[in-house]
Every structure is written in structure tokens, then in C-alpha cells.
Write a new protein. Structure first.
Length: 697
């Protein structure tokens, strides 16, 4: 019987996939290079999975970290390993000599520490495991169906019927889509409603499948060397890329512009999905490629990790271009959100004159060109310019560039004879736009001709806008926008009222600035239908010299111990029980993101925790943007700043669920974010709360 091996490496949050694998014996790992890392092994690994955990094959087989720390021993045949995205434990499927499968869950902290059992008699023989991206659920597929558990106590919380037994599963990082594959079949579910979105039979074996970061695209690779890339809003095909050899494995890079495919054990193909003809082969000396994934190093560089013969590779991919159109679109969205806000003292009548369909379109175009020009840099420095043909009918002269599309400069026929050579032309005030293939074009330039001393103007600002990034996806009607601005005014009035009351009670002074804001955010639901979400944000800032008195004192975490925090939450309460109660509806979906911060001042002595919010063991949280887990108990108290920041955020959650109207009757999903700053001082101890009411307009 073949021995199984799984090599695991820290990967991006979107790559929560469990695979069926085969492998051989391996042990020992040590880094050899500082730029492109090579981890030497005694055998060739075959799979990359999250969180630095490696399965080594011996007799018995072991689960180890890449550094060689042993986590689990078994005499059975390891079939699949999936690591919890918070990094606290992992699930395995193993088979005995007769092929009978079982599953178990084990800690990544202690060797052979079982954290959860799986009842094969009750649920059936397991075939695949995957965790949800927030680490709050673990899914186990069996020959009896799909079972969904709370991962810490393995309590069954839901289940789904399946009409086939999958050997791999994958979840998009927005948790909209669950995909299952087995043999030549792939099924996509709307995970929330547990309904089938798409069901494909490819006719050949599916070797890999993955979602892009951000969940916008889904890729399926088959062993006939064909990659199919789908838009997840419709699950219609976007790209079909052929001639990919054996189609071993694939991985999107961080922004989804590129995908890398292992076409054979000796070659990787790097494909630009925006321009699929842009393909580059990356040879792998000595071969051994079985799996690949993108990661980020400590400096945020894009790193391609892939298996090799007796080693693991981690190669920085510094030559990959950013997804310019996406960067521009995201930045323009933020700039437009600011521009569409009512200005201080602006009346609604003046606002309607300033913000209308015509001005919004024009302003967006200006922002697009501004950001595009910044990103483009000096493209003329690397371009060879030459003169093209003259169109007498339209009186335009073609000017060609080696690296950009031709521009057509308006030149009267009487002047065209003075255009002798491109070397006589000087372009100034150049502005750029981006094309659907993510390349740049000149949209505006002044062209000075040294021969006749005249300056000619090229202006193509009226070209087609960047709607290829999503059509009307980012469009909010003026009616909704105006309604939202009226509600911002109500929020500001409420803020002034509550702040004045807090000042009269000496809870805060004018050195505490509480900020309230809202915006309408276009989005899509799991069925691909366009929806509008309403986002309301609350935060505050206290002047450093007053923060110890008006915000959390050192070592404190209760909401009522901060005048600034309690005042902000009173605004939340009055808003959602008053003018904004129309959004607080039973069963309606609500996403709440609470951020707690702490400074870097060392905790010398343990701070007692009174257990007011309960004990937390391996609670999933986001720390400085990355998913991890935290433990805070009454018995052990608070020993780290991150624990303080977490308790401050939990205090907000407790306040909201206890004190704010019908908020607890909504289908609310709470996310806790913790940030520990590098700076020291009370000004870094604060909280923020963001509310997203889903599909409310």
C-alpha cells in the first residue's frame, strides 16, 4: 500500500482546501536560502496546506511541523490533513490496512493531544475535511452526507445531504460558496442556503480547485491540462486555458491577476489571467512538483511555495505586475465615497446640485485618470515613439508607441508637413488610463513640436470608463445616496446630543472626539444578486494627554471604565433604538466588526480577570489582520496586551447584545479584531465598532 505524506505551509486566508493525496517517506527540514527559501527533506512531499504543519511518513507515520516538532503519531495510513485556519488544531483522515477510514482532531500545541472525536458509526466513513475561513465551523464529508461541527467541542450544528462522496472540499473566503469534488464532478453550493449553484461533470479527473482571494473567481483544473476559471457571481466561464500538461495543481496569486499551474513535476506555468497569452514557464530543477500555493513573507512579499524533489521551495515572485485595474477601482471607490459625503454646512439643496448623475460620472473619471497616472509612472521613458499615418478626413496624426496604444493627435492639414520626426516632439502633462487587459494608454497629453514651435493637445478623457471592472456593481442610486446623507445628518445631531450630555457629566471633555459615519456599500449575495448594504461606523479619538482619564486606564477593559467608550456606545444604542431602528429587524443579517486596541506597554504583573464575559479558550480572532486564536480565563488572568485588547472588544459585544434593542434578535455575525500597537501610551487604548446591515434597501 502506498504511504501518504502531506507537506503544509502557511498560505493566504482564501486557500482553505482539503485534498486527497498520495506520498512517500520524509523527515527533517532546514532553511538554506534567505531570498528563495529551500527546505531540505529526506523525501519528496506532495501537498501544501495551511499553517506550517508537515506529515512525515515513517513506521509509524507522524504529523510534524516543518521544523521537526512531532504533533501526532499513527500506525495507520494518513489520507488527508486539514489545518484549522486559526492554527490551533488540525483534522486528519486515516485508513487501516483494510481501507476502513476514521477521523480525528488534534492540537498543534501538544503532541498526540486529541481535541475532538469523530463518530464513524453515527456519521459514516469520512472522505474530506475543511474548516470555514473564520475557523468557527469544521465540515466533514462522509458516505452518509456532510456534517458541520463546532470545532472546539465537535458539537454537531448542521448537516447536508449529498448525492455523491467527495474526496476534496473548498470554501470561498467570504463563506458564500462550498465546493465539493470527486472524480470528474464538481458541485458548488450556496453554503448559507445549502442549495446547488452549479454542478459540472468534466469527463476527466479533477485534480485541483481553488477560489481567488476575495472570492471573485473559482478555478478548476483537470488532468487533461485544461484550466477553467469562473466568475463566482454567475459561475459562467471567464477563461479556458489549455495545454497545461498533466494539470497537477494550481494557485491564484494574492490579487487574482495571475494563476500558477504545475503542468508536470518539472515545470510551473505562470499565467496572466487578464492577458492569457502572457504565459511564462518556470523550470524546477530535479522536479518533484506535486502541489503549489502562494504565501506572503514577513515583509509582505508575494511568495510562491511549491514542493520539489526532497525539498520545499518558497520563491519570491517580484516580477508579477499588480492588478492595476483593481487597485485603481478600489482607490476610486474610496475617493468617491468621500466626495459624495455632504460637506460641512452644505444644505441638501446645494448637495443635490453638486452631486448628480452627470457630476458623479465626471468626478469618477477624474479620479480614475488621477490614480492611473500615479500608478503608470513615466511610461514614456521606456517607450519608442514614431510617427504614423495622417487621416485627412478627421485631421488626426497617428503617433505610435512601442509599449502603448497609438494616439491620434488633432493636427490641421496645413501643419502636418512640419511633423518630420518623432524626435522633434515633446510630450508634457501626460495622463494615463487603464485598459481591460490591464495595460496603460495615454488619455491626455500636450505635444510640443520643435519644428513649428506649436503645442497640440490630445484629449481622450471621454473614452469608455473602467466599467469592465464590474459594470454597475459600484453604482448607488441618487435617491439612496441622498437618503443616506440625510441619515448621516441625524447621526451627527445624535452625536452632538450624547457628547454634550457626557461632557456635562464629566465623562469626557472636548479632548475626546467621537466620530460617526455611514455609507451605502454595493455588494452581491451568494446567489449572485446585486444587493445594497448599509454600513455604520463608530469610533473615537482622545488627545494623548487626556486618554488615561477619559478612555481606558492601564490594565482596564470594562466598558464603563472608559468615558469615551461608554459615550460612543450610548450613541449606538440611541441610534439603533431611534431613527435607525428601521434597519434592526428580526432575522435580518447583520455583520458587526469590533476592534479593540492596546499599546505595547509591558504587563509586569498578571491583571485579574473577573470572568464577566466568560472564559475563552482558543477563541478565533483577527490579530493585526491575520486570523489566529486567543485564550483568556478567570483562572489565569491577563498576561498579554492582546488579551486586554480582546476583552475591550468583548465588552462592546456584550454591551450590544445586552443593551441595544432587538439587535440580539438579528442574524448577527460578530467578528473581533485585535491590534497591539508598537507605540506605548494610553492614546492607543480604544475600541471601534462597525455595523453592516445586509441587503436593507
Amino acid at each position: 500500500m502506498d504511504i501518504k505524506t502531506i507537506a503544509a505551509l502557511l498560505v493566504l486566508p482564501s486557500l482553505f482546501c482539503a485534498h486527497k493525496v498520495s506520498a512517500q517517506e520524509s523527515s527533517g527540514a532546514e532553511p538554506q536560502k534567505k531570498i528563495d527559501y529551500v527546505f531540505k527533506l529526506k523525501d519528496t512531499p506532495v501537498q501544501l496546506s495551511p499553517y506550517n504543519t508537515v506529515v512525515y511518513s515513517r513506521s509509524p507515520q507522524h504529523v510534524m511541523t516543518m521544523r521537526g516538532h512531532r504533533l501526532y503519531d499513527t500506525k495507520k495510513n494518513l489520507v488527508t490533513l486539514c489545518v484549522n485556519p486559526s492554527g490551533v488544531n488540525f483534522g486528519i483522515i486515516e485508513a487501516d490496512k483494510k481501507g476502513k477510514k476514521s477521523a480525528g482532531f488534534y492540537s498543534t500545541y501538544k503532541q498526540n493531544d486529541k481535541t475532538g472525536d469523530f463518530d464513524v458509526k453515527k456519521y459514516g466513513q469520512p472522505s474530506a475535511i475543511v474548516y470555514t475561513p473564520d475557523a468557527r465551523k469544521v465540515l466533514v464529508a462522509t458516505d452518509k452526507g456532510l456534517f458541520i461541527f463546532e470545532p472546539r467541542k465537535m458539537k454537531l450544528i448542521d448537516q447536508m445531504e449529498l448525492d455523491f462522496v467527495p474526496d476534496a472540499m473548498c470554501i470561498s473566503d467570504n463563506s458564500y460558496y462550498l465546493t465539493l469534488s470527486g472524480g470528474d464532478r464538481v458541485v458548488v453550493y450556496n453554503f448559507e442556503k445549502k442549495t446547488v449553484r452549479r454542478d459540472w461533470t468534466f469527463g476527466v479527473k479533477v485534480t485541483d480547485m481553488t477560489f481567488s482571494n476575495g472570492s471573485g473567481e473559482f478555478a478548476v483544473l483537470t488532468d487533461d491540462g485544461i484550466l477553467s476559471v469562473y466568475d463566482t457571481r454567475t459561475f459562467n466561464i471567464k477563461n479556458t486555458i489549455e495545454d497545461l500538461g498533466s494539470g497537477i495543481a494550481c494557485a491564484f496569486n494574492a490579487d487574482g491577476k495571475y494563476i500558477v499551474v504545475a503542468t508536470s513535476p518539472e515545470t510551473l506555468e505562470v499565467i496572466n489571467l487578464v492577458r492569457p497569452t502572457d504565459r511564462n514557464t518556470l523550470p524546477v530543477e530535479n522536479g518533484g512538483v506535486n502541489d503549489i500555493c502562494f504565501i506572503k513573507d514577513a515583509d509582505g512579499n508575494s511568495v510562491l511555495a511549491y514542493t520539489g524533489d526532497l525539498m520545499l521551495h518558497a520563491k519570491r515572485m517580484q516580477n508579477l505586475e499588480p492588478h492595476f485595474a483593481k487597485l485603481i477601482s478600489d482607490e476610486v471607490d474610496q475617493m468617491m465615497a468621500e466626495w459624495e459625503k455632504m460637506m460641512p454646512g452644505e444644505s441638501m439643496e446645494d448637495y443635490r446640485l453638486r452631486v448628480n448623475d452627470e457630476t458623479r460620472s465626471r468626478q469618477r473619471r477624474l479620479f480614475e485618470d488621477e490614480i492611473s497616472t500615479q500608478l503608470a509612472g513615466d511610461l514614456l521613458a521606456d517607450a519608442t515613439m514614431s510617427l504614423g499615418n495622417y487621416d485627412r478626413t478627421n485631421q488626426v496624426l497617428a503617433i505610435d508607441f512601442s509599449t502603448m496604444p497609438t494616439i491620434y493627435l488633432p493636427v490641421p492639414e496645413s501643419d502636418v508637413t512640419s511633423f518630420h520626426s518623432a524626435g522633434d516632439l515633446v510630450l508634457t502633462d501626460v495622463q494615463y488610463g487603464v485598459l481591460p487587459d490591464d495595460t496603460f494608454e495615454i488619455v491626455y497629453a500636450k505635444v510640443f513640436n520643435k519644428v513649428d514651435g506649436k503645442t497640440y493637445e490630445y484629449n481622450n478623457h471621454d473614452r469608455v470608463a473602467m466599467d469592465f471592472m464590474g459594470g454597475d456593481a459600484n453604482v448607488v442610486s441618487l435617491e439612496i445616496l441622498q437618503q443616506q446623507q440625510m441619515e448621516v445628518l441625524k447621526l451627527q445631531e445624535l452625536r452632538e446630543k450624547v457628547v454634550e450630555e457626557a461632557r456635562n457629566r464629566s465623562l469626557i471633555s472636548n479632548h475626546t472626539n467621537i466620530t460617526v459615519d455611514s455609507k451605502v456599500v454595493p455588494d452581491y449575495d451568494a446567489n449572485g444578486e446585486k444587493i445594497l448594504n448599509y454600513q455604520v461606523n463608530f469610533t473615537y479619538q482622545v488627545d494623548p494627554e487626556f486618554s488615561a482619564a477619559e478612555d481606558f486606564p492601564p490594565g482596564k477593559y470594562l466598558v464603563d471604565e472608559s468615558g469615551a467608550a461608554s459615550s460612543m456606545l450610548k450613541i449606538v444604542k440611541e441610534a439603533f433604538e431611534g431613527d435607525f431602528a428601521q434597519y434592526v429587524k428580526d432575522g435580518k443579517k447583520l455583520k458587526v466588526v469590533i476592534s479593540g486596541t492596546a499599546d505595547a506597554t509591558p504587563i509586569i504583573r498578571t491583571i485579574p480577570y473577573n470572568g464577566v464575559y466568560g472564559d475563552f479558550v482558543d477563541e478565533p480572532i483577527y490579530e493585526n489582520g491575520d486570523l489566529t486564536a486567543i485564550t483568556v480565563t478567570q483562572a489565569d488572568g491577563v498576561k498579554e496586551n492582546r488579551q486586554l485588547a480582546f476583552l475591550r472588544a468583548e465588552g462592546v459585544k456584550d454591551y450590544l447584545k445586552t443593551n441595544v434593542g432587538n439587535l440580539d434578535k438579528m442574524d448577527a455575525d460578530y467578528t473581533i479584531r485585535v491590534d497591539v500597537t508598537e507605540g506605548k501610551g494610553s492614546e492607543f487604548r480604544r475600541i471601534t465598532a462597525n455595523f453592516i446591515f445586509v441587503d436593507v434597501f
